[in-house]
Design a protein around this ligand. Structure first.
Ligand SMILES: Nc1nc2c(ncn2[C@@H]2O[C@H](COP(=O)(O)OP(=O)(O)OP(=O)(O)O)[C@@H](O)[C@H]2O)c(=O)[nH]1
Ligand SMILES: [Mg+2]
Length: 212
């Protein structure tokens, strides 16, 4: 659930990038961070990568983005990644606590399709641990590493990824390449918009405007 601080007039929204190990979650955040860094009005904040070994996330990455004001409230987006490696189950659970929106980063490599499916099942289990149903949160899919097609590396067809991961939810999805940045901002913008709309709908920002 988003945190609404009435006194300081701040709304904090939590977006989590979930998916199997090495699917490109950290690379998404790094790309967003680097791009925003080069825009003056954004960030004095840092991309915090807590505990990494090589390029493997052992705990999580975190990055706050200011989205400006809405109805006098400062809107703050908090972007997190989870560690995809199977053994970091308790950390994934912890990071999901209070989630408002999820980007499921699936790996397009054919050899990782089973890992995508396992990770999606794992996501559902971990949400139910927090008593959240997957239909309660805003969620989108990113079919990452599509750039590898150019190198003739075997990839899972998008239709097949849709069928095995998105047939139930039928939610928005984007093919992407986190290394080159293709659709990285499209992904984050879409989930941010969806999540913000939901939170604003439910929040006191609206209620405050209603006459008694
Ligand atoms: N070709 C290609 N490589 C990618 C893409 N996205 C990520 N990678 C590479 O895949 C590897 C793993 O990327 P990460 O972003 O560290 O993966 P992760 O999902 O954070 O992995 P964990 O932290 O272990 O869960 C790195 O070597 C990235 O450069 C992509 O879109 N295309
Ligand atoms: Mg990572």
């Amino acid at each position: 659930m988003a945190i609404v601080n009435l006194k300081e007039k701040v709304i904090q929204i939590k977006i989590v990038y979930y998916g199997p190990g090495r699917s490109g979650k950290t690379t998404n955040l790094e790309y967003i961070f680097n791009r925003l860094q080069s825009q003056k009005e954004q960030n004095t904040s840092k991309l915090v990568s807590i505990d990494t070994k090589g390029d493997r996330t052992l705990f999580f990455d975190f990055f706050p983005v200011n989205l400006g004001k809405i109805n006098g409230f400062d809107l703050k987006l908090q972007l997190y990644t989870t560690p995809g490696q199977v053994k970091y189950e308790s950390t994934r659970r912890l990071v999901l606590k209070g989630v408002d929106g999820i980007v499921f980063v699936a790996d397009s490599l054919s050899s990782r399709q089973d890992a995508n499916i396992d990770s999606f099942e794992n996501l559902k289990n971990n949400l139910s641990y927090h008593n959240i149903s997957i239909s309660d949160v805003k969620m989108i899919f990113q079919w990452n590493k599509r750039d590898l097609q150019e190198q003739n590396i075997p990839l899972t067809d998008i239709e097949q990824m849709e069928a095995s991961l998105n047939s139930e939810l039928q939610t928005q999805s984007f093919p992407a390449s986190a290394v080159s940045g293709t659709n990285v901002f499209k992904t984050v913008n879409y989930i941010a918009k969806q999540t913000v709309e939901k939170v604003i709908d439910m929040s006191v920002v609206n209620q405050k405007q209603r006459p008694n």
